[in-house]
Design a protein around this ligand. Sequence first.
Ligand code: SF4
Length: 340
Amino acid sequence: MLSKDQIQELEKQQYRMVGDHSSVKVCGWTKNMLRGQGSCYKFKFYGIRSHQCLQMTSSMHCANRCTFCWRGEKAPVQKEWKGKIDDVDFIIDNSEAAHEKLLLGFGGCEKTTKKIYDESKQVRHVALSLTGEPIAYPKINELLEEFHKRKISTFLVTNAQYPEQIEKIKNVTQFYISVDAPNKIKLKEIDQPLFTDFYERLLQSLDLMRNASYRTCIRLTLVKGQNDLDLEGYKQLIERGDPDFIEVKGYMHVGASRKFLERDNMPMHNEVDDFTKRLIDELEDYEIVSEHKASRVLCLMHKRMNGKQYIDFSKFFEIVNSGKVAEALDYSSEKIMPNL
Ligand code: SF4
C-alpha cells in the first residue's frame, strides 16, 4: 500500500492509481500516434499499434533501485508482496477506464483524426512495464490470461528478481528480461538490488527464459561509460537466456535518473549502433533486423525465427484461448499483421 504522499507525487507525474497496487500512465508514443506524429519502435519491430496500447503495472513496488530509472528515489521498494491482492477483472476494467479518461482531451485535438481517436478506445495491447515489477503481482498468470481472453496482446518486462513468478506464466505474447549489466559487480552497482542473491536470481530467470515456448527478448539499456563494456559478459548472459530477440537501447537522460547520471551518459544512436555491431560479432546466431533512430534502439533476431519478426495476433489468441501453450514460431509472421 502506498502512502498518501507517494500517491500525490505519482498523480502529479500523470500516473493514475488503480486499486491498491496497480497504476496506469499514457505512454508518450501513444500521444504521438494520436497527434499523427508517428508510432513507437514496437510497431516497426513487431507490429504493436501505439494508439491502442495501454501502459500499466500490476505492482508499483520493485526490488531494485536502478540508477538509470526515471522513478523518484521515493518510489516504493520491497522484496516480498505485502497487503491486498486486487482481483484481475477489477485491475483490467479500471485500468482501461483510467486510460480512456486520460485520453479524453485528444477527442478535441486538431491533429487527431476521428478514426485514430475512436480506435484508441479499443485497447489491443498492454505493456506491463510502466514502473515497479508487474510480475510480482501474485496472480500474474491469471492477469495475462484475462488480457488474452479480451484479445489484448501482452508484453511483460521484468528485471529478473522473481524467477518463481516467471514459472507461473503459461502464455505471454512477448516476455522481456532487462539485463542491465554484463557481470555481477556491475549489476550490483547499477541496479542496487535489495536481494542479496540478485545475480543467482538473474541466472535462474535466464534459464527459465531459455526453456520458455513463448516469444522472448533480452533488453540491454546502454548507459555510456557505465555498462557499455565487457562484451564477453553480455554474450554469456544472452546465450544463457537464448532469447528470440535482443533490443539494444540507449539510456535516456530523463526523470529521476538525472540525479545519478549525466547527460553524457546518454549514448547517441550511432554509439548504440556501434556497440550493437561489436556485440553481434560475438553472437553468430543473431542478425540486426531493424532500428528506430528516435528511440536510439536496434532489434536483433535469432536466425531460428526465419525472418518472422512480427506477431500474428489472431493466431496467438486462437492458440492460447483454446487452452494450449503457444510456441513462438506458431504466432510469428514475416509481415505486419492486424490486431482487430
Ligand atoms: S508498446 Fe511501449 S513504447 Fe509503444 S506505445 Fe506501448 S508503452 Fe509506449
